[in-house]
Ligand binder design. Sequence first.
Ligand SMILES: [Mn+2]
Length: 308
Amino acid sequence: MTKISVVGHQNPDTDCTLSAIIMCEYLWHKWYSATPYILWWLNKETEYLLEKYDIDCPKQTEELDTDIQVCLVDHNESSQSVKNFSDLNVTWLVDHHKMKFETESPLYIRVEPICSTASVLYKMFRESSIEISQKTAILMLACIMSDSLMWKSPTTAEEDKKITRELQKIAWVQTLEDFAMPMFEAKSDLWDMPVNDLIQYDYKIFEFGAKRVGIGSLETTNPSYGLGRKQEILVWFESLKQSQNLDMIILCVVDIINEKNTTIVSDWSDAEHLSNIFDVPVNNNLANLWNRVSRKKQIANEFAVYFK
Ligand SMILES: [Mn+2]
C-alpha cells in the first residue's frame, strides 16, 4: 500500500483538521495508507469537537517525511504550510482557496469556490460512491458550520446549503443552531490565552506581490476578549513583524453573533494602508470594517488588489 501524509495549514482550524481526517478516509477507499497531520496546536473549537465526538487528534508535526507522498488539504501556499514544503512530494491537493501552487510533476487537484474543504470532500465521496457514516457526516457538517460561520459568511454557496441539509439528515442533527453555537462558544473561551496566541489563533501570512502581510481573524461570540487587550496586542505586533519578516500585520476581531469586524492595526503606516484599502478611518489603532466577516472574500482579496 502506498503511504501518504495528509496535512492542513499552519494554525490549524476545524476545516483543515477534520478535512485531513476525512481525506484519510477517502484515501483508504482508494487503497492508500493515509495518516492525518496538524501543524501546531488546535483551537478550542476543534478541541471541543474532537472531545465531544470522540475523535483521535491527528499527529502534530512541523515537518513531513520527504520519502512519503503528501496530500495538502485546505491550503496550497508554501507560506501557510509545512516547514520543509519545497522538499515534499505533493501528489494530492484538495482546497477551496486561491491558488498559489507550483509543481514539478502532475498531481490530483480538486479546488472549488465553495465554503469549506469538507464540502469539496463531500462531493468526492458522493462521486466515488463512498458511503458517508454518521460520524463522517458530523465532521463534514462541523467544517461547513465553522468555515461559513453558520452560513453567515459570503463564502457560503447555494451548494453548501444543499450539502448541509444532506449532512444534517445523515448526522441526525435537528437544528444548525444547537449544533454550531456550542462550537462557537468553545472557540470564544479565550480569557486565559496568552496574547501572542490570541493574535495567531486563526492567522495566515499572505504574500501579495513583494509584501508579506499577517492577517489574524479572531471569530468570537465575545469581542471584548480581543479588543480589551489591544495594548498588549500592539506590542506583540511589533515583535511578530520582526520575527516573521512582515510588512504589515492586522487582527480582525469578528463578532460572529452581530456580524461585525473591528480590526486592530499597528503603526501609522499600516493604518494608512488599511484606511486606503477599505476607505474607513482608523482611530486609536482601531478600524470599523463593518460586516466583513470573511478574511478570504472580504479582506485578503482587497489587500491583493491594493498591493498588486
Ligand atoms: Mn477551509
